[in-house]
Design a protein around this ligand. Sequence first.
Ligand code: ZN
Length: 54
Amino acid sequence: MMRRAVDCSCGHHLEADDNDELFVALRAHADVSHPEMTDDEIRAIIKSSARDAG
Ligand SMILES: [Zn+2]
């Protein structure tokens, strides 16, 4: 199965099985590193930056 990858605005690299999982992973990262980041901002990052990994 093709993995999906995205880089956070801070450069943190994340991979997941699909965009929904990518959202969960980025939300969890943001909760720790960017608590001010909104769900809409996370969706925007995934929409603009998510790509197939590998
Ligand atoms: Zn980050």
